[in-house]
Design a protein. Structure first.
Length: 447
């Protein structure tokens, strides 16, 4: 936990292919039997019982789940509060949670918007925007030495979106290259106010400076040859900003958040909304210890720059709206933000030929998939139907503090789970929540 806690723990989870999903027919019945007067708890007793049990047993202070199918109303079963503090907000659809690496799909879609606009190309070298990337070097022994050779392949937009650029992360780098990442402040994440004061002393002050420093680091693999979880989406944010001549966060707000009415998505939580922010916890043995209390949260400060890979605080309602847009091929409530073909491309397997993705290490909350998985724009993609479960094309990702979200466009199904604690794989929460949903759907289907 030691080094990971200092740099933001593990900033992503995958393995969405391992979750169990309710059968489509039962799901349709669930939606059709959901008049406004009925509550999520009444419709989903097994799910509600599971959430209540987690809170009652002291495993977490609160949890919110968003369950959507088609264009029917989203259900938000919830339990507990956003923290153990007496004044903590009751957990609900508008509670604010640190989503960490669930920021990556949003940055990925922002990049795909520029591809749609003709401002970027998937296989365009990023040295077109930051010339320092024109002559990269590749380590010959990444874990033990800084000895390197010239890279043969330029880093492209595709590589950044799919973690195949040869970049690393301070959470998974080792040896001398880890020390270089730390020396240059390549730690694009926030943990708490105490850790932030140390990180900020060396971290770049802008996205452009961040990308420029990254370009001086040797790579751990030849671009386009290996999947390695990385700061790729953070560099992608810098490329977006440079390509547009507009602040990255302004673009995301203008082209995504505002049109989709995502009114609870922040790089910095405004003072007026701080009362909705949950506390983030860390487990010491079986005891939950406040790591980033809501009242003094680092997310109430302006970040050094908007972290495209791990920077957002969001509500379950907002993330569901984002997934709903993807489910509906780029539109929501009659407002189009992306073309259907752009959404389909973004949620397809964008990995370079010959590169495979099978999940991430258990230390990040991930698992290997039971069916083949690929990788799209900032999120994993199922390449085949999971027997009795998620459909081919299911896209999503998770975050370091236990959050997870995915959309199955073939079946019009989407799910978001919001909690905040480290480590994200403390409990088999994802599997248990989706298993409970399947039981609820089966009950409705038996009526």
């Amino acid at each position: 936990m030691k080094r990971m806690m200092v740099v933001g723990v593990a900033l992503g989870v995958a393995g969405l292919g391992a979750v169990v999903q309710a059968q489509p027919q039962a799901q349709r019945q669930l939606s059709s039997q959901a008049p406004a007067a009925r509550t999520a708890a009444a419709l989903l007793p097994a799910t509600q019982s599971l959430l209540d049990g987690y809170v009652r047993e002291g495993k977490m202070p609160g949890i919110v789940v968003a369950i959507g199918r088609g264009d029917g109303p989203t259900l938000f079963p919830a339990a507990g509060r956003g923290g153990l503090e007496p004044n903590a907000p009751v957990a609900g659809p508008d509670t604010l949670w640190r989503v960490y690496s669930m920021t990556k799909p949003i940055t990925g879609m922002a990049a795909m918007m520029l591809v749609e606009d003709g401002r970027l190309k998937l296989d365009q070298p990023i040295s077109d925007f930051f010339p320092g990337f024109a002559k990269m070097r590749v380590l010959t022994s990444p874990d033990t030495s800084l000895t390197s050779v010239p890279a043969r392949t330029p880093i492209t937009v595709r590589h950044l979106l799919t973690h195949t650029a040869g970049l690393s992360y301070s959470i998974n780098a080792k040896g001398p290259i880890l020390k270089e990442y730390e020396r240059l402040g390549i730690v694009p994440a926030a943990v708490n106010a105490t850790v932030e004061a140390k990180m900020r002393a060396t971290r770049p002050k802008t996205l452009a400076e961040f990308a420029t420093r990254v370009a001086t680091l040797p790579l751990i693999a030849e671009p386009g040859t290996r999947w390695s979880y990385s700061i790729g989406l953070d560099v992608m944010a810098a490329v977006i900003e440079k390509a547009l001549g507009m602040p990255f966060e302004q673009f995301v707000s203008t082209r995504l958040f505002r049109p989709l009415k995502m009114t609870s998505s922040y790089w910095q939580v405004p003072a007026a909304q701080a009362g909705r922010l949950a506390t983030n916890y860390s487990f010491v043995g079986d005891t939950m210890v406040p790591l980033d209390p809501a009242a003094t949260s680092v997310f109430r400060q302006a970040p050094s720059f908007p972290y495209g890979g791990a920077g957002l605080v969001m509500s379950a309602r907002d993330y569901d709206r984002f997934l709903h847009m993807l489910q509906d091929g780029g539109t929501l409530d009659g407002v189009r933000v992306m073309k259907p073909e752009t959404v389909a491309l973004a949620m397809s397997n964008l990995l370079p030929v010959g590169v495979r993705f099978g999940g991430v290490a258990a230390s990040t909350g991930g698992t290997n998939a039971e069916v083949p998985m690929g990788y799209g724009a900032g999120g994993s993609v199922l390449l085949a139907d999971q027997p009795g479960g998620a459909g081919k094309g299911t896209y999503g990702w998770g975050g370091a503090a236990g959050t997870v979200a995915f959309v199955d466009p073939s079946r019009g199904v989407r799910r978001t789970i919001m909690v905040n604690y480290f480590p994200s794989n403390r409990y088999p929460l994802r599997e248990q929540v989706l298993g409970a949903l399947a039981r609820d759907a089966a009950r409705l289907g038996a009526r």
